[in-house]
Design a protein around this ligand. Structure first.
Ligand code: FAD
Length: 75
């Protein structure tokens, strides 16, 4: 039986740790007090299709030339 790791909130830190653990075949439970993922990096479209950065705009900085790789594999 595998242990389950508890991740408190899915900001940058929590998301990365959850992903790494899941990719290492660990069970992960993510909980959050906010009603959305991404913590301070969260944004959403309003009713007019305008992207709203609720906590301020974020630009993803990276030194990789692979860009972002979206993954929807269940944690
Ligand atoms: C206006 C603004 C603009 C920024 N722009 C950029 C940018 O362009 N590029 C960039 O790379 N970074 C940017 N940053 C910094 C970036 O937001 C942070 O570095 C990043 O969000 C930190 O991620 P984190 O997962 O460590 O923490 P957070 O994103 O702060 O997530 C932590 C989460 O844990 C929750 N939490 C804390 N304590 C508890 C508890 N006891 N119980 C339950 N939940 C708890 C908090 O509510 C929060 O949702 C910006 C920050 C701000 C404020």
């Amino acid at each position: 039986m595998r242990d389950t790791s508890l991740i408190v909130d899915a900001g940058y830190a929590g998301s990365v740790v959850a992903r790494e653990l899941a990719d290492a075949d660990q069970r992960v439970l993510v909980i959050a007090r906010r009603p959305h993922i991404a913590a301070n990096a969260y944004d959403e479209y309003d009713d007019h299709g305008v992207l709203v950065h609720r906590y301020g705009p974020h630009i993803f900085h990276t030194n990789t030339d692979r860009g972002l790789i979206a993954s929807h594999k269940a944690a």
